[in-house]
Design a protein around this ligand. Sequence first.
Ligand SMILES: [Fe+2]
Length: 244
Amino acid sequence: MAYLSRRDFLKGSVGVGVSSTLLAPCWKVGYGSMGFLFAGEKKMPFQQPPLPYPMDALVPYLSEEQIRFHYGKHHAAYFKNLNTLVEGKPEEQMSLREVVIRSTGSVFNNAGQAWNHTFYWNCMAPKGGGEPTGELAEAIRRDFGSFEEFKKAFSDAAAKLFGSGWAWLAADKEGKLSIMPLSNADTPLKYDKEPILTIDVWEHAYYIDYRNERARFVEGFWNYVNWPFAAKRYSLRNQPDQLD
Ligand SMILES: [Fe+2]
């Protein structure tokens, strides 16, 4: 997944009250790009990755406030809950993907939501939109008839999903694409499929900006879709160790 430079991360984190003076230079002590530490803080097994863009980067589609609550409150809480739930348990030694695939109950709910949101942030980009190209574009035409037909089917699945959940574009091992509307924290990873693109349709994803108008929130998504990210996921669908 794509990650921010330290400068962009600090800029984007101001909205959640992070002071740059509290940040330990984790990029210098080996924790890699998946997380950061505050001075004196114990390293948790699962770290919320920084947003791949500043919190106001998707305006006017999503406000800084919408992202600040979604990323800084909801997504952060899933990581916090997960770390508490797995403390002292075998899951501490697993990758997040592995926990998602193998767990059930509360551990799955929090691990799934932690993974799904990180994926979702990367499905959007400030200069996104347009249409895919290359192998993914060909697969969409083959499996849905046209890009427009795919877009309509995906939008319908997202807008009509009952309750909370996610609309996914997923690929099987042979590369066949399908649209999967899934409830709560559910993910194509549970069905041995690789996620290619998703939109979060939990109310917390859009209620600040769109109130109850989910369809309008879904329509705006297309102007920010990160097609290069989706295309990369598709091309590496059988090499998950290369993905996350
Ligand atoms: Fe969400």
